[in-house]
Write a protein that binds this ligand. Sequence first.
Ligand code: NAD
Ligand code: UDP
Ligand code: UDP
Length: 316
Amino acid sequence: MRSLGSNRVLITGGAGFLGSHLCEYFLTQKWEVICLDNFQTGSKANLAIFRDNPRFELVRHDVTKPYLCEVDLILNFACPASPRHYQSNPIKTLKTSLLGSLNMLGLAKRVGARLTHASTSEIYGDPQVHPQPESYWGNVNSVGPRSCYDEGKRAAETLCADYRRIHNVDARILRIFNTYGPRMAVDDGRVVSNFIIQALRNENLTIFGDGSQTRSFCYVDDLVDGILKLSDHDCFQGPVNLGNDAEFTVKELAEKVIDITGSKSRLVFMPLPQDDPKIRRPDLSLANDKLDYQPQTPLELGLKKTIAYFDKALSR
Ligand code: NAD
Ligand code: UDP
Ligand code: UDP
């Protein structure tokens, strides 16, 4: 990432899975990092390796409240990402996306900072176009159990676009497709970490529905590469899809995890949650064209690295 002036970055949600990888990257580049988090799903353990770095500052704060500081770049990542967590307090989830993004855009406007906003494939809902290009407007239920997340993220994109138009804020939007890797919380609840933990414990792998629904899984290092490319670009602001475009059924994922871990676990089938998208795969042409983005890590390799992480985490 090239210099943006004083080289100070604010990372909201910095104690979470993705946020902690971003903190780590900017510290290795000798930037000053302000990590802001309310610890709803994040943890101090994710920050342990750089806690004592003098360039690192940890602030316990909720993004739904105004926050003042002076930075060149804001990575707007605060928001629980797992359905289990974002549905546990849906009104709070919506406030985090909406008020949190409003406050960060207000901050960006005040100090003239660039802002990169973490949006999501969920803005496409249960898609009727496959794979999903950025030009697709989506198929989203506004009153279902996933709506607090999906609609909050859609409204946050709208805020970014309007702060661009009205206030000339350099707000960039990336739409993240299912990303996994080390530092996901053991109780996160998303499918990759659930299956790995279940397999390592020789417990049944819980498949929701018949396992024929598809997802495209991106290893965290590839996503971080894309986030940096977008944040570093001279002028491109997105929205742009980032992820991995290899598509697997949930059942295939379960079988792969059992295979790699050599676990004795079996598959059990449970009811499919309401509004669970049936298919999902990013069209990465725009990311490839504008950012020269291409995911490098095949699922099997990413799973092996993530399994090694959880193996260690569970034995602590
Ligand atoms: P995560 O749950 O591990 O991290 C979210 C972080 O935000 C946590 O540290 C949490 O404590 C913090 N947070 C939540 N609400 C907050 C609030 N009101 N104030 C301050 N901090 C708050 O999830 P993640 O996977 O690291 O996701 C990070 C971001 O990326 C989220 O915005 C998420 O929507 C987005 N995203 C992630 C994925 C993915 O596959 N990992 C996919 C799409 C979008
Ligand atoms: N805000 C913030 N930090 C700042 C500047 C603004 O948290 O450094 C908040 C501010 O409190 C407001 C939001 O961002 O709630 C939007 O600010 P803006 O100035 O765009 O709008 P206004 O305050 O005029 O509604
Ligand atoms: N899923 C599953 N078992 C689990 C957790 C999730 O079968 O223990 C399914 C879920 O129903 C969805 C897919 O895996 O179809 C991906 O779920 P996840 O929560 O990881 O993310 P989503 O893409 O739905 O936000």
